[in-house]
Design a protein. Sequence first.
Length: 186
Amino acid sequence: MNQTQSPNISTLKAEVARFREELSIRDKLVQQLSQELFRLVKDNTAYAPRPEVAGDYRSEVRLLREQLQGVEQQVQFYQEQLQHRDLEIQQLRQTIRELNERGQMLEQVIRELPKVYTRKFAERLAPIKTKIMALQSENRQLQADLVAVTDRLAARGMRLEPPTLEFQLDLPDISQQQSLTLLSHV
């Protein structure tokens, strides 16, 4: 609710209370006047109001009734305004509750995001680690085979000198193996 609406509502409530009080006072006055007229007419016909005086009372009563109707219309209008404001307040409170619930849900999602990202990263990294471990195993096997072949060639008495070899092998050097080992620890 706006701060401007709050004073308006309290002002409207004060006006409604004031109008009701005025209405009550006027009702009492009309009732007293009616009783007094009835008593005067009933008790003593000598004191019966003259037609012009009775006309004055009637016009005053009519005027009071018209004012009373105006006040009743104003009271009804203000009551409708208050009902409208109350409905609007209820809708705003409901909206606030819904927004608070949504905000709490979003806060929960934000708190869980790091865990989700960590899990997803681990899921994506698992096949890569498996592939690296397989490549390292294959590399160790190939190195073992190479040592075995070199030992067999040495046992046969063949001497490997680069100019006499017809083929050359591209073997990974140790620095590459170390980088692969480092990747397996990631």
